[in-house]
Design a protein around this ligand. Structure first.
Ligand code: OAD
Length: 233
């Protein structure tokens, strides 16, 4: 294969065909819910119960969601590629790992984990959270929050991500609108490192002109066929 070091960035479009909603498409989550109210530290401080309701609903929806052909193809790429593959997802669902991806960064956190603001413990969580939930590590009640990154907070593992982008020779962006930084800036970092850049999306994203190559269509069709070509090259 022509490429050795691959960084894959994924967004909500990758999980859309698994039945999980996107944010900015027609009927997306930010049409139905107020981003400021449910996805910022200020919103949580103002009305934690409202924020818990939003994430409880999303956590419940995870229950039935299964990885689709695009998640499976990316896990295959990691397994079969002779070089290095890092998958960075903005998604808080567990579908990459369910499909078998191992070298994975959840840069916006995970819906299946909760964080205690009192002791800092992050624990796996499947039930609903409320303002009265006690921490299973320190016992304090009322300090639990979803272990996700809100607007105004720092995404996770950024040093590792930038290190990988710096040495990458292929950057693939899949199912993301390219409207939220820092992820939207990764394509520029990869280009500066000399990487070939590819967008795989339903339609051109906001940053479409920054990519050297693009394929448009549903992720379950275009990702498996792209991975197949890449592994054969
Ligand atoms: P968006 O909802 O902004 O964008 C989803 C993208 O996926 C759009 O460009 C769609 O065209 C595309 N898409 C939809 N269905 C698809 C399909 N079946 N196959 C391929 N592409 C498809 O979601 P993100 O870019 O992931 O952050 O949003 C980035 C961040 O904004 C999220 O992580 C979240 C959100 O607010 C936080 O909550 C911090």
């Amino acid at each position: 294969m022509r490429f050795q070091k691959i960084v894959v960035l994924t967004g909500a479009g990758l999980s859309a065909e698994s039945g999980l909603g996107t944010f900015r498409d027609k009927g997306g989550l930010w049409e139905e819910f107020d981003l400021e109210a449910v996805a910022t530290p200020e919103g949580f401080a103002r009305d934690p119960a409202r924020v818990h309701d939003f994430y409880n609903l999303r956590r419940q929806r995870l229950g039935t969601a299964k990885p689709n052909a695009a998640h499976v193809a990316l896990a295959r790429l990691e397994r079969e590629h002779k070089g290095h593959v890092l998958t960075v997802t903005q998604n808080v669902d567990p579908l990459h790992e369910a499909a078998g991806s191992k070298n994975l960064i959840h840069m916006h956190g995970e819906l299946g984990r909760v964080l205690c603001a009192a002791c800092g413990a992050s624990v796996a969580w499947v039930c609903d959270l409320s303002t009265a939930t006690a921490c299973t590590a320190c016992g304090k009640a009322g300090a639990m929050r979803p272990d996700v990154v809100w607007f105004g907070e720092s995404p996770r593992d950024m040093d590792r991500i930038y290190e990988a982008l710096l040495v990458s020779d292929l950057f693939i962006s899949i199912g993301t609108s390219g409207s939220v930084y820092p992820a939207a800036g990764f394509v520029a970092e990869a280009r500066a490192a000399g990487a070939h850049t590819i967008e795989l999306n339903l339609e051109p994203s906001e940053g479409a002109s920054l990519f050297a190559e693009a394929h448009y269509g549903p992720a379950t069709k275009i990702v498996p066929s792209y991975v197949e070509r890449l592994l054969r090259a």
